[in-house]
Design a protein around this ligand. Structure first.
Ligand code: FES
Ligand code: FES
Length: 298
């Protein structure tokens, strides 16, 4: 247990020691952290409550089959310790410098070619959602494309040209991230090797992030008043909108045992920590009616 979190940013392991960086607290959002850096200001705050998508970033984490899973998320609702052991990808990481020139990522190029931007405020968020789509689907249907952009709002360009930009995702999904997969996985495995629960203690807050169910249950026993979070899309609003102090938090989002899915004779078992997105993926085949509802839920 310590006061430190680690994650991959700009192809290196970044470390935040909360006992040294007094401006950061465990409930500082990833959005505010990125905006505090000199070179990651492309991410924007629109609503600070998970509605507009201007703050969209992409998180990559080791998945099965030795691959990285890419997921677009609202950074305005993500507390810093939640990115421990993951790769944080922002709009600044998409283009590359080659022979003194900037080479755009295919989704950026398509956004330019389809005139998918006007004032530009929403654009980094849209591009990050498109990037996640690009990494996850080589031939996305119209439905998948619309779904993946459903968390992003634009108030001036209109959506048609942005949907046209999604055509980039129908091409080869290889890019410079694919080339660095092994290196990135190596860095993430180095961080994730240690499964000791993280404890961050500041003057006014205490934040626990266990990785094993046993540790989570033990923490729950000793800190029975602590707020439990998993995705934190509800609790984070207390911080971002009401400026409430969350004094004790147990963050369960790192406990894999709570994300299980099992099919048994008597029924299906879904772990309480499974994300709605993962539940939706299972339901598509098993419970089509529930799948249709989940598409509209949350
Ligand atoms: S700022 Fe609007 S969703 Fe995050
Ligand atoms: S380009 Fe202006 S809000 Fe989307």
């Amino acid at each position: 247990m310590n006061n430190t979190i680690k994650f991959v940013l700009d192809d290196n392991i970044a470390e935040i020691d909360f006992s040294k960086l007094k401006d950061l607290k465990p409930t500082t959002t990833v959005l505010n952290y990125l905006r505090s850096l000199g070179n990651h200001k492309g991410v924007k705050e629109g609503c600070a409550e998970g509605d507009c998508g201007a703050c969209t970033i992409v998180i990559a984490e080791p998945g099965q089959n030795g691959k990285l899973n890419y997921k677009s998320v609202d950074s305005c609702l993500l507390f810093l310790p939640m990115i421990h052991g993951k790769q944080l990808i922002t709009i600044e990481n998409l283009s590359q410098r080659k022979n003194g020139n900037t080479v755009l990522h295919p989704v950026q190029e398509m956004m330019v070619n389809s005139f998918g931007t006007q004032c530009g405020y929403c654009t980094p968020g849209f591009i990050m959602s498109l990037f996640a789509l690009y990494k996850n689907h080589s031939k996305p249907t119209r439905e998948i494309t619309e779904d993946s952009l459903s968390g992003n709002l634009c108030r001036c360009t209109g959506y048609q040209s942005i949907l046209e930009a999604a055509a980039a995702c129908k091409k080869n999904s290889r890019d410079h991230f694919s080339e660095k997969t092994e290196t990135t996985l190596g860095l993430l495995n180095e961080i994730n090797y240690d499964k000791t629960a993280i404890m961050i203690e500041t003057d006014k807050q205490i934040y626990y992030r266990p990785f094993r169910l046993d540790d989570a249950l033990m923490l729950r026993k000793y800190y029975s008043n602590a707020v439990l979070i998993n995705g934190a899309t509800d609790i984070a609003l207390k911080q971002t909108k009401k400026n409430e102090l969350l004094a004790e938090i147990i963050d369960l989002s790192g406990v894999e045992e709570l994300k299980i899915y099992d099919e048994e004779e008597n029924g299906f078992y879904f772990g309480a920590g499974m994300s709605l997105e993962n539940l939706k993926a299972i339901c598509e085949k098993e419970f089509p009616a529930l799948y249709d509802i989940l598409k509209l839920f949350g």
